[in-house]
Design a protein around this ligand. Structure first.
Ligand code: GMT
Length: 374
């Protein structure tokens, strides 16, 4: 499993997939530059190998891909690994392909599955400086998956792809989101009469954090509430400035990066995700699994996750008024809120780990068969 180890959807999906596969009896090796944030290493069948990049002053840019592909070669040789699964095309699919070719030279044939996550296609990978390498790596993967139908369409529209793309949606372990907290300690965050509205992300411009503050400003004119913003990123400062200028400093809490998102979701009443682009919206699915309805934009694959009028509502990107109106309609009375909470949880259940991980196992079998035929 090759992934980004930091906070961010693709790394979370890779980690959860690895953990689920290990539980199903597969031996899973994580190969990345740091221990993935959600990975417990003291678990059966799980290994972590750190990619180290020696710093050399001659290089303006240290060659991570080189170190990663060399590490992949070493680990495949040493542990007899049967399959590489790389998450996020850049630079993982590229490094994986190089490792595959180096191993082929030694007579070791190993298939590579590439999972496309979103910004590797819609924002970064699409840049002319990366596009040829990304196109090549996708076309030369043994199997390619994307996390939504929308991302598949974007990939086919933006790149010249001659490989098949299978859609395997992201997933969630519903068991882990059963409310195990007898006391969510919501009183630490809000007064009894206040609703709690939450956003979790890496606070990049694509998440439209300013919209979140504006939506919240409108909601709290009608309904006493608190806004919790979880995560770190470049939009934190401008958002904080707007919060202060709107006189909402006592109403908005910036919690920074957190390993306790499930606890935060436990006392949340509503989740906001008004993104500019969102291939899937794992954060929305996590909220729904915890019984938190979602007010989102209709960008990318969000409509495949958040069902309008059931698990929450969708609006056009930037339509702050509509999002605030929909939020108020959910939060206005306890009965409606309870109904949406229950519907959000039920809608999340179709993405349960047990329903989705077998698709990846099937993809692995297909990739292995493909390389056997070659
Ligand atoms: O947008 C993020 O928060 C990070 C990014 C990533 O690669 O970690 O997330 C992308 O992958 C997630 C997991 O598949 C998806 O749930 C997110 O929708 C997707 N982000 C975007 O498309 C902007």
């Amino acid at each position: 499993m090759v992934c980004y180890p930091t906070f961010g959807g693709s790394g979370v999906v890779a980690t959860e997939l690895g953990v689920a596969l290990a539980e199903r009896g597969h031996e899973v090796h994580f190969i990345t530059y740091k221990q993935p944030v959600r990975l417990d290493l003291i678990s059966p069948n799980i290994y972590f190998h750190e990619v180290q990049v020696p710093q050399y002053p001659l290089f303006k840019y240290q060659p991570y891909e080189l170190a990663l592909s060399s590490k992949l070669v070493d680990m495949v040789r040493y542990y007899g690994i049967d399959m590489m699964h790389v998450h996020y095309a850049i630079p993982h699919a590229y490094a994986g392909y190089m490792a595959k070719k180096m191993l082929e030279d030694e007579g070791i044939i190993i298939p590579m599955v590439t999972t496309l996550h979103g910004t590797d296609i819609t924002l970064v990978g699409n840049h002319p400086h990366y596009k040829p390498a990304v196109t090549f790596s996708i076309n030369n993967s043994d199997k390619v998956t994307s996390v939504s139908e929308s991302l598949k369409k974007d990939t086919l529209r933006l790149f010249s792809i001659n490989n098949e793309i299978d859609v395997v949606p992201n997933f969630i372990d519903m068991k882990k989101h059963e409310n195990t907290y007898t006391d969510c300690q919501r009183d630490l965050m809000a007064l009894p009469e206040e609703r709690i509205i939450t956003h979790v992300s890496n606070l990049r411009p694509v998440k439209r954090i300013i919209d979140i503050v504006r939506i919240f400003a409108k909601i709290q004119e009608d309904i006493p509430s608190k806004l919790l913003i979880v995560g770190e990123g470049p939009e934190r400062e401008p958002a904080q400035e707007l919060v202060d200028s709107l006189g909402l400093t006592q109403k908005v809490v910036f919690l920074g990066n957190s390993n306790e998102v499930d606890k935060i979701l436990c006392f949340s009443d509503l989740f906001l995700l008004p993104s500019e682009k969102e291939s899937f919206g794992l954060a929305a699915l996590e909220a729904m699994a915890s019984g938190v309805p979602v007010i989102s934009s209709n960008a990318g694959g969000l409509a495949e996750v958040n069902t309008h009028g059931i698990s929450g509502y969708l609006s056009n990107i930037g339509d702050v008024d509509d999002m605030a109106k929909n939020a108020i309609s959910i939060l206005k009375d306890d009965e409606t809120l309870a109904r949406f909470k229950q519907q959000a949880k039920a809608a999340a259940a179709k993405f349960d780990t047990n329903n989705i991980v077998p698709f990846y196992e099937e993809i692995y079998v297909q990739a292995l068969n493909k390389t056997l035929v070659k």
